[in-house]
Structures are given as structure tokens and as C-alpha cells.
Design a protein around this ligand. Structure first.
Ligand SMILES: C[S@@+](CC[C@H](N)C(=O)[O-])C[C@H]1O[C@@H](n2cnc3c(N)ncnc32)[C@H](O)[C@@H]1O
Length: 360
């Protein structure tokens, strides 16, 4: 099979990604059905005889909630000779690259990866070895730039089994820069909780470099609702923000001792700041609609300029709940906001939303 989209997601969330792709594609005038298996970590959205590039452009990666990565499928190689995988990939690509450019060059870089699933994880070593063998062979064949070139499409080889792989391509400007779409951050030894990684990833992937510089700098103010034991507060504190941490539970002593943090044992659904804050972040474990509604109140009342919040998803109909919560938030906020929502690599049964004033 060739033609269509190939998206990666958290294992178990294929139905959500499939529903999201189907709905968004239909809204853009591309009708079709996603093809997936639960637990596989990926979803294919075929475009039989259609223009997969046009569908890809109609579904920008940054707007997708459940896709860690978005690629355009080139080819499926099944039952390949495991003694010559490089030869199989070259044979599949050579006519295509020659036809598309006339010169046989085409890709700016190569990623060999596998879906993030229990079945595919043992393929990590093979993916590394195949990448090392394939790179020079592709260069020799004139299919890959001599050094990484982000202006050219990126080639992805996604291993599904030792003799089975998908070839796909990414527009580097419209795709995750990380292999498997997964930024693997290291937990700092002073981080009070693993949750710190979620906020670090949100800032890294949902804000641009210049936004981070402008919006996360010493002297700015923030509230952290549901702060204990202090992971998110610690991330904000390290960026130099003054943080009001709201939680009935205790914060790690070193976070309080480092300064710049005030701990209030209050209800995060009732507490309101005495003056407008730059940021509100919220990781309270609660019904997502209740959280979305409270977050909207903060914007409607002008209590914060921007926010990061988590929506914990129910067990079923998670795409529907996601859409409902995002719509409810936007409607109740009563002002134009830019929403960036994604199930981050470090998110589990949840998604993370960044809300910024529109037209900054
Ligand atoms: C997932 S933990 C937060 C972890 C934190 N973000 C971190 O990085 O360490 C959820 C927290 O929300 C708090 N929480 C739940 N409901 C709350 C409420 N109504 N008001 C304040 N805190 C609440 C809980 O006490 C718990 O500490």
C-alpha cells in the first residue's frame, strides 16, 4: 500500500488518533477511514488514488492532538530479504526519487525508527543498525544529502518487523523533529516529581524558541494549581518566575527553600489571584470538563495571560471528550485564544493544553 498519512501515537490511543484524523480530514474535504490496530502505536490514513500531500497540508501536525508524528507514506515493503534490507529500500526509492527530481537527489536526512509499541520495541537495535547501513548507501545512490539539510524532505523508515517496513517522508517544518516523535527528556535529580517532565516537554514542544525566551524569564509571575509535590513549580522556579503554588498537599522542602515560591493550602478550583499573573499552570486530577471550565474562568476574568493545563481523559470516547473540553474552554473563555493541545510523550491518560492570547 502507498499513499496516505502515517501517524504515530501513544500505544492504546490509536482509536483516538483514528477518530481525530477521520474527523479533521472530513472537515478538510478528504473522506476516508483510518487503518489501525489497538496497541500498534501507529495509524495509517490511506488516500486511495488521492493526493496524500494535499491531505497532509490540510492537517498540520501542530494542530493534531493525538499524533506524535505525521508522515506521508511512500511505500510498504513486506516480506523483504532480511539479508539485504538496504537493497530493498534502495530498489523502492530509486525510481521515485529519479522521477520526482530528475536528478536522483531528494532527502535531507534519514530517520530509521519503529512504532512505540510492546511488539515493535525490540526492533530498536535493528533500527539503529539499519540506519547506519542505509545512510551511506542512500548517499552513494544520490538519494540523501551529504549533511543533514532541513530544507529537504526527511526520509523515515518505520520498522514493523524484521522483514516489514514502511517508507514515509516528512516536511521538517510540519513534523516532530524527534525520532518516533518522542522527545526523551532526562529527569533532573532535583526534580520533585516525574511530572516535571510534562511541563518541560510542553514548554519545549508547544512553544517556539522565541516564545520561550519572551514568556519564561525572571520576574514573571505564575500560579501552579495542584502543585504538590512541586514538579511544575520547580520548572517555573528554575526559569526565574515567582510562583504561587496552590495545593493542600506538601511541597518538597528544597523547592520552598530555594526562594521565589509561596505555598497556599487552598482549593485550586476556588482560589483566585489578587492581580493578573503571567502564567497559570494546572495539573489537578479532576473531571476534564470541570478543569476546562475553571481554566476558562481564569481567562474570562483576566486572572492570567497564558496557561498550561492538563486534561485527564476518561477511559472511553477520549477524542470526543477532548474536542468537547477544548470547545467548552474556548467558548467559556470569551476571548480569542490560541490553543495548542497535544498528548505529549510524557503524558499518559491525559493531554496538555497551552493557551496563549491570540495575535500576540
Ligand atoms: C498529579 S498531582 C500534581 C503533580 C505536580 N504537577 C508536580 O509536578 O509535582 C495532582 C495534585 O493536584 C492536587 N489537587 C487535586 N484537587 C485539588 C484542588 N481542588 N485544589 C488544589 N489541589 C488539588 C492534589 O493534591 C495533587 O497534589
Amino acid at each position: 500500500m502507498s499513499g496516505g498519512l502515517l501517524c504515530y501515537c501513544r500505544s492504546g490511543f490509536e482509536p483516538e488518533l483514528a477518530a481525530e484524523l477521520g474527523e479533521r480530514a472530513a472537515a478538510a474535504g478528504h473522506h476516508g477511514y483510518a487503518d489501525t490496530a489497538r496497541g500498534s502505536g501507529f495509524v495509517r490514513f490511506p488516500v486511495p488514488g488521492g493526493d496524500a500531500g494535499a491531505l497532509s497540508r490540510a492537517l498540520p501536525w501542530r494542530r493534531l492532538v493525538f499524533a506524535r508524528q505525521k508522515l506521508v507514506l511512500l511505500d510498504e515493503l513486506a516480506g523483504i530479504d532480511t539479508g539485504d534490507r538496504v537493497g530493498a529500500v534502495l530498489a523502492a526509492l530509486e525510481p521515485r526519487a529519479a522521477a520526482s527530481t530528475g536528478r536522483g537527489t531528494g532527502f535531507g536526512s534519514l530517520v530509521v525508527e519503529h512504532p512505540d509499541s510492546d511488539a515493535a520495541r525490540p526492533l530498536a537495535g535493528l533500527a539503529r543498525a539499519l540506519g547506519n547501513a542505509l545512510r551511506p548507501a542512500l548517499r552513494k545512490a544520490g538519494l540523501l544529502a551529504a549533511g543533514d539539510d532541513p530544507r529537504l524532505p526527511r526520509l523515515h523508515a518505520c520498522l514493523l518487523a524484521g522483514d516489514h517496513l514502511l517508507l514515509a517522508t516528512a516536511d521538517p517544518a510540519d513534523a516532530s523533529p524527534y525520532p518516533m516523535g518522542a522527545p526523551r527528556l532526562r529527569l533532573h535529580r532535583e526534580a520533585p516529581s516525574r511530572s516535571a517532565l510534562k511541563l518541560e516537554e510542553a514548554f519545549l514542544t508547544l512553544l517556539g524558541d522565541r516564545e520561550r525566551e519572551r514568556l519564561l524569564r525572571p520576574g514573571l509571575t505564575a500560579a501552579d494549581l495542584g502543585a504538590a509535590p512541586g514538579g511544575w513549580t520547580w520548572v517555573l522556579q528554575r526559569a526565574g518566575l515567582q510562583v504561587t503554588a496552590v495545593d493542600n498537599g506538601p511541597l518538597r522542602p528544597h523547592v520552598l527553600q530555594a526562594g521565589g515560591v509561596e505555598h497556599l493550602r487552598e482549593d485550586g478550583f476556588r482560589w483566585q489571584p489578587p492581580r493578573t499573573l503571567d502564567w497559570m499552570v494546572c495539573d489537578m486530577v479532576e473531571q476534564p470538563r470541570r478543569v476546562a471550565s475553571r481554566m476558562a474562568t481564569w481567562f474570562r476574568e483576566g486572572w492570567c495571560r497564558q496557561a498550561v493545563f492538563n486534561l485527564k481523559l476518561p477511559m472511553k470516547k477520549r477524542w470526543l471528550e477532548t474536542r468537547l473540553c477544548l470547545d467548552l474552554f474556548q467558548e467559556e473563555a470569551g476571548r480569542p485564544l490560541e490553543l495548542r493541545a497535544r498528548q505529549l510523550y510524557h503524558d499518559r491518560e491525559e493531554i496538555t493544553v497551552v493557551a496563549l492570547p491570540n495575535g500576540r
